[in-house]
Write a protein that binds this ligand. Structure first.
Ligand SMILES: Cc1ncc(COP(=O)(O)O)c(C=O)c1O
Length: 423
């Protein structure tokens, strides 16, 4: 028998009532009525608190990794809270610019930036281009404008972060960055400093995502520290990667602890105190601020288990399918009840693998017609959403101070049909 939902998994402002849950002072039941389901709900207070914590934990130049969740409202909120924005593609760059983010607050990433992406980023004047490899250096050489361009060099320190293989990036065998141990980083350094107008401001080193222990960061800082000996740099960005708790028995370090560990690790590795230590967290800013509301539509009992199917699924949350990620679920109208019923919470897609929560513990009474929510879906949910089976993507609603504000509307069949080329 599972206990009632652990409120620590909910946004900071969540209040559990007898037959409802309020977030940002807004009833989730009322939100589902007004916007329909599925719907992504974000608590602005939690987003702002995490953004401020990140800003406080590092030096000037901390960026929000927009790949975790990007829309105009989120881009503006991050910048409003003093964070820059890490964009990893021309599409993310375009959205940030359309949202009114000044180019001077943008950092461009990507392991295969096209000439067009680089050209636009440089033309608008992004704060940093994070150079990922030799082909990019060659492309960059042709694009440097008279005013020059500031870059970071992304290095791989040869460190294995304790996390899922698909989100590990610091090891030697990675598509990202240039290896320190093979001498590629030193060669890339020389190549960059040989290009007139390229100002190499620092190094970038992102070892992976959903990381709970700091040993990997410490080991990476040691390697980077040795590489930096005798080289003078303005900035060292440790990337993102701080883990978050998705289920009741997980505990994740706070952003402040992460910052303190990075500072201590940099000091221990002999990295000059004058080097600005920056980071670009994504998940740690947005994951817990968000949740998804679904309506349960069918229930099926087999000899093995009971399935409860909701009106979304792998199209709005592909993480369980991609990484085997675990989530919790709760019944919005029965948030304080014990959850003795184990159900497989599935979506509406034509895939047996379309599972949202493999073993969702819910109250006995939960069934068809009920509003079921999954907490901690703020990161890599909407951002990775697809239209598989032509299921339109859900809307995104921000809540704060008792008010709900739609920031992305629900996709429609017309939106989907718009891409068709008529014969
Ligand atoms: C270069 C880089 N920076 C930052 C991040 C953000 O990571 P997280 O959301 O785990 O903080 C990622 C994630 O893939 C990344 O590749």
């Amino acid at each position: 028998m599972a206990a009632p939902l652990d409120p620590a998994l909910l946004p900071d402002t969540a209040a559990l009532e007898e037959d409802d849950v309020r977030v940002g002072g807004v009833s989730l039941r009322a939100l589902a009525e007004e916007f329909g389901t599925p719907v992504f709900v974000y608590d602005e207070a939690t987003l702002r608190a995490r953004a401020r914590a990140a800003r406080a934990a590092f030096d000037e130049g901390v960026a929000y990794a927009s790949k975790a969740f990007l829309c105009g409202a989120m881009a503006r909120l991050a910048v409003d809270e003093g964070l820059d924005l890490d964009v990893a593609t021309g599409g993310e760059l375009d959205l940030a610019l359309r949202a009114g983010v000044p180019a001077s607050r943008l950092v461009l990433h990507g392991n295969n930036k096209s000439p067009a992406e680089l050209e636009r980023a440089i033309a608008v004047g992004v704060r940093r281009v994070v150079v990922d490899g030799f082909d990019e250096i060659a492309r960059l050489a042709d694009l440097v404008p008279p005013r020059g361009v500031d870059v970071l060099l992304r290095v791989t320190p040869g460190v294995e972060a304790h996390t899922h293989e698909f989100v590990r990036t610091g090891q030697e065998d990675s598509k990202f960055g240039v290896s320190i141990s093979t001498g590629d980083a030193a060669r890339a350094w020389r190549a960059l400093t040989d290009i007139p107008g390229v100002r190499l401001r620092g190094l970038h080193c992102h070892i992976g995502s959903q990381i709970f222990e700091f040993d990997g960061y410490r080991a990476a800082l040691e390697v980077v520290g040795s590489f930096l000996a005798g080289r003078d740099l303005d900035e060292l960005c440790v990337g993102g990667g701080l883990g978050v708790a998705y289920v009741s028995d997980e505990r994740a370090p706070a952003i402040a602890e992460w910052g303190a560990a990075i500072r201590a690790g940099a000091h221990a590795a002999g990295i000059a105190a004058a080097t600005r230590l920056t980071a670009e967290p994504g998940r740690a800013i947005v994951a817990q601020a968000g949740l998804t509301l679904y309506r349960a539509g069918t229930r099926k009992v087999t000899s093995a288990r009971t399935y409860l199917a909701v009106d979304g699924g792998m199209s709005d949350n592909p993480r369980p399918v991609l990484y085997g990620s675990g989530y919790e679920a709760f019944d919005v109208a029965r948030p304080r009840e014990e959850r003795p019923q184990a159900l497989r919470l599935v979506g509406k897609h034509c895939e047996s693998g379309d599972v949202i929560v493999d073993e969702a513990w819910l109250p006995d009474a939960t069934g068809v017609g009920d509003l079921v929510a999954t907490p901690v879906t703020g990161a890599y949910g909407y951002a990775m959403a697809s239209t598989y089976n032509r299921v339109p993507r859900p809307p995104v609603v921000f809540v704060a101070d008792g008010r709900a504000r739609p920031v992305v509307r629900r996709e429609t069949f017309d939106d989907l049909a718009r891409l068709e080329v008529e014969p």
